[in-house]
Design a protein around this ligand. Structure first.
Ligand SMILES: [Zn+2]
Ligand SMILES: [Zn+2]
Length: 103
């Protein structure tokens, strides 16, 4: 059977902890973690992402959006405000209710 052409979804091998294998039941691909840095992978959620030293420490590497079990700071209102450009928070840029810009 030819090896499948797809982007793999990885899981650490139990017998050889420096290796990750593809979790696809039809795929026999596996690779040493040092060879995987910078490679594309598919997260179990379906997102494509790039493997790095951090994700290769995990039992099942995942994309940046899947922090299952990982400590991920919750986004608070203050954080949102710090992301929004101060320009947008200037009173003159905030339309009051019933502004006069009718079309
Ligand atoms: Zn695969
Ligand atoms: Zn994901």
């Amino acid at each position: 059977m030819p090896s499948l052409r797809h982007t793999h979804t990885y899981e650490r091998m139990k017998s050889r902890k420096d290796y990750f294998r593809c979790i696809n039941p039809d795929c026999t691909h596996f690779m040493h973690k040092e060879m995987m840095k910078g490679k594309r992978a598919i997260c179990p959620c379906g997102n494509e992402y790039f493997l790095n030293a951090e994700t290769l420490k995990l039992f099942r590497p995942h994309c940046a959006y899947c922090g299952k079990g990982a400590r991920r700071p919750k986004i608070t209102d203050n954080m949102l405000l710090s992301i929004i450009s101060p320009e947008l928070l200037r009173p003159e840029n905030i339309s009051p209710d019933g502004d006069e810009s009718y079309d």
